[in-house]
Design a protein around this ligand. Sequence first.
Ligand code: AMP
Ligand code: FE
Ligand code: FE
Ligand code: ZN
Length: 288
Amino acid sequence: MSSRPRIDLHTHSTASDGTLGPAELVRAAADAGLDVVALTDHDTTAGWEPALRALPAGLRLVRGAELSCRWYGPDSPVPLHLLAYLFDPEHPALVAELARVRLARQVRGERIVALLRADGIDVSWPEILAAAAGGTVGRPHIAQALIRAGLVASTTEAFGPDWLGERYRLPKEDIDVFHAVRLVRAAGGVPVFAHPRATRRGRIVPDELIADLAGAGLAGLEADHEDHSPAERAHVRALAAELGLLVTGSSDFHGTHKTVRLGAFHTAPEAYERIVAEASGVTEVASG
Ligand code: AMP
Ligand code: FE
Ligand code: FE
Ligand code: ZN
């Protein structure tokens, strides 16, 4: 590893809503000059094997996932994302929850398509599912169908209020966030709250919830992320310091489904080492 390792702890492949296959992703990570990359597909570990097999020399792979969670607080439930690193991919309760959420995503996707079709918008669920090619299906796949139909010009536009961002937005059956934090720890993994202050994505949770999650086993907060303003990043850092949580920075790379590049944001080596030290599910992997 170079003296200033480049560590990107949040990326997506075609195992969920990214556009590079897991093998292509690790090669692209090496080409981008990264020393460490985490593969964190939504609600699946399906990309782990192919990424591992293709791991280029000199690159370390952190196997992870991004769990679709929900906080059932005093008001209407708030969706949120939990990054989970180095957990046992065969932990039965976690495996069952991930399978349940992937199915719930299909149910929701099909319902969103039904709403669109009822308004005369010609998108096809079988076609969208086929395009996801067995990966965890999500709104980005529906966005691609809207682009193919010439209804919107970009993914960003597809996530606008007239489309998947509001008018055709439906909730899915996510994992209760406290249950998710405990499950990840039970599976030997390390849970980190992804983009916790990203107001541009929708509602955010109060700091008191983050304090409660820290009490339940949360390890860290993702501070440096493109969806956080500089003020939001500073707030997350201060909160993490107050609660004794580690902070991460990452690209949340999705290939051409987003504009952000691999390695756009980094995690400090000390935080990364803390994650590795706390994990007991699987090890990080370095090839040759
Ligand atoms: P879903 O998991 O199906 O609810 O869809 C959420 C996913 O859509 C996120 O993981 C991102 O990959 C993507 N996404 C969310 N908001 C936007 C946006 N404004 N522009 C582009 N992609 C987005
Ligand atoms: Fe995504
Ligand atoms: Fe996310
Ligand atoms: Zn993500």
